[in-house]
Design a protein around this ligand. Structure first.
Ligand code: N01
Length: 544
């Protein structure tokens, strides 16, 4: 094997995680190669190019904090960034830190097998290349494998069919077309108003209504930008120790929603609805733990839907009733409900009568036949584990990750899994990941992993791997924390419930970004407590 094919670390994915990890590992003297299936960097923001694609975390917070010059120089044009803007940022980061030379594009990693004698990973790609690495790091994101719905006849459609998570690179022009959107999650809720404004007619097929609140996106003002840039150090520090990895525009009220009057609640919800963004969900401290408290906010939002959507039947269909507010990912929208007041938009309920089949010219449901020029599948992702399990990963004793996680993912801190030495997952299941500002969590993971690798090298440790007991305890803890909340009550992708046959358990860690960081730091400071280190005296590897 050539020297180019023998490296310290192989990283899979060149999105936010992979790019920063490459930068930091290289800076610390590790030879590193990145494989990326797309033909450019960007990850999520490379693939999700659907109309209206935009981040639901504010731009000033959804950006790297690791480089002071970068965060001061980069100018975000809007409060919430659009997909092209975020992709341009990531392309800039790749150039700025000279990352491209170590990234192989248009190349998927197909397998990674741990060689117990060499104590190295043998990584194979779909171009036939083989690379040997001491460390194998999946930086593949949490929502990167599109969920193609199993609707009969889907291959028979002769018009255009798109998935929001795998959108064409050239502009899709819906002008004059009859368009269908299947699904009503975040991707649909962002794209529906934009498609409706362009298409001749749009039919939305809804199985379950999602909760959505206005984003209130606005152009960035100099004052707002300055308010962040002048205090970035302090604000970023607060983000790192916060619950969600973000700072809220309107502060949470630290009492139960049930301990205030109806008038007070009305005012709190109204203020947060007007401010826009996720802040509504943290109006009171028990909206995500008490059904009665949650219902006060839920019924308030249902009223907003009814007062916005003119057709009462459509309004009724759009109002979620089967799961608490915020227990599926809360969506942020721009004119979503208003869009149903347009003459060229129809909402069709497929909960009562599922789609029977897709035909050559459209689809059939509930005794009706529709014809379409284009069908947009906004049907989500095999989230959190889908991409990890798509690669043939084999650890000690040729155990496959798929077999190990048959009943659901098992990790220690969402970073590693027992039986797979030196395999790391950035924002893996069991870490705050999707229940936090991804950027805060990505930076924390990348820095923790890099520190660990430096530490192992300094102490001549060859492998690191979780102990079974530590992994079991953490996996139980992730569920315990989730079970104290309302989250398990929803059939969400957090629970794996959107994919037929997927084990049902809550995958992200919701104990809070700050508390999680403390735990990770304490583990490192105690000589990587709960990990078994091979190749040197474990005690010597304590983080400084
Ligand atoms: O996917 P989803 P998404 N027949 O899984 C329906 C992030 N994101 O791409 O609810 C008919 O939420 C499904 O119905 P049901 C964000 O974290 C962020 O929209 O299962 N319908 C649902 O309505 C988000 O949560 C941003 O009953 C079918 C929809 O398809 C995550 O990505 C923007 C079906 C899928 O909704 C995923 O969002 C976009 C079938 N066979 C995404 N299968 C921002 O930053 C599924 N559905 C703003």
């Amino acid at each position: 094997m050539s020297e180019q094919n023998k490296v310290d670390a192989v990283i899979v994915g060149a999105g936010f995680s992979g790019l920063y990890l490459l930068h930091l590992l290289r800076k610390n003297g590790f030879s590193t190669r990145v494989f990326e299936r797309g033909d450019d960097v960007g990850g999520t923001w490379y693939w999700n190019r659907y109309p209206g694609a935009r981040c639901d975390v504010e731009s000033m917070q959804y950006s790297y904090s690791f480089d002071e010059e970068l965060q001061q120089e980069w100018r975000w044009p809007e409060k919430y960034s659009s997909q092209p803007e975020i992709l341009a940022y990531l392309q800039h980061v790749a150039e700025r830190f000279d990352l491209r030379k170590d990234i192989t594009l248009e190349t998927s990693v197909t397998s990674a097998h741990f060689d117990e004698t060499a104590k190295r990973w043998t990584v194979e790609t779909d171009s036939g290349e083989q690379v040997s690495a001491q460390f194998f790091i999946m930086a593949t994101g949490c929502i990167s494998t599109a969920n193609m719905p199993d609707i009969p006849g889907i291959d028979d459609f002769t018009g255009n069919i798109y998935h929001t998570g795998n959108w064409p690179h050239e502009k899709v022009d819906f002008t004059g077309q009859k368009v269908a959107v299947i699904g009503t999650g975040s991707s649909a809720i962002q794209s529906i108003p934009v498609i409706a404004a362009e298409a001749a007619h749009l039919t939305v097929f809804q199985r379950t209504p999602h909760w959505t609140v206005p984003a209130r996106n606005v152009p960035m003002t100099d004052e707002y930008e300055r308010s962040w840039k002048d205090e970035y150090a302090e604000k970023r520090a607060n983000m790192r120790t916060s619950m969600s990895g973000s700072l809220r525009a309107v502060a949470p009220i630290d009492v139960s929603a049930l301990d205030v009057t109806e008038e007070e609640r009305e005012e709190a919800y109204r203020e947060r609805w007007a401010a826009g963004g996720m802040t509504l969900l943290r109006s009171y401290n028990d909206l995500l733990t008490s059904e009665a408290a949650n219902e006060t906010a839920a019924s308030w939002v249902r009223q907003r839907i009814k007062s916005t959507v003119k057709d009462p039947k459509t309004a009724e269909l759009l109002a979620p009733k089967t799961y608490p507010l915020g227990t599926k990912r809360l969506c942020l929208d721009t004119d979503y409900y208003e869009t149903y007041n347009r003459d060229n938009v129809e909402l069709v309920d497929i909960a009562s009568a599922p789609i029977d089949r897709i035909t050559a010219t459209g689809l059939e449901t509930g005794g009706r036949s529709f014809t379409f020029d284009s069908i947009v599948l906004a049907t989500g992702f095999d989230a959190m584990t889908g991409t990890l399990l798509r690669v043939d990963i084999q650890g000690r004793g040729a155990l496959t990750l798929k077999d190990k996680w048959q009943a659901g993912p098992r990790t220690y801190l969402g970073l590693m899994t027992e039986g797979f030495p030196n395999l790391f997952t950035i924002t893996g299941p069991g870490s705050p990941s999707v229940k936090s500002n991804m950027l805060t969590s990505i930076e924390q993971h990348v820095e923790w992993v890099t520190d660990a690798l430096v530490n192992l090298r300094d102490n001549s440790v060859v492998t690191i791997e979780p102990e079974r007991q530590a992994e079991d305890a953490w996996t139980d803890h992730v569920q315990e924390v989730a079970n104290q909340t309302l989250f398990p009550k929803a059939n969400s992708w957090y629970m794996g419930a959107n994919i037929p046959g997927k084990p049902r358990l809550f995958m992200p860690y919701i104990g809070g970004v700050g508390a999680y960081r403390e735990k990770c730091d304490a583990v490192a400071a105690a000589g990587y407590e709960g990990f078994s280190l091979e190749g040197s005296d474990k005690g010597a590897a304590a983080a400084e």
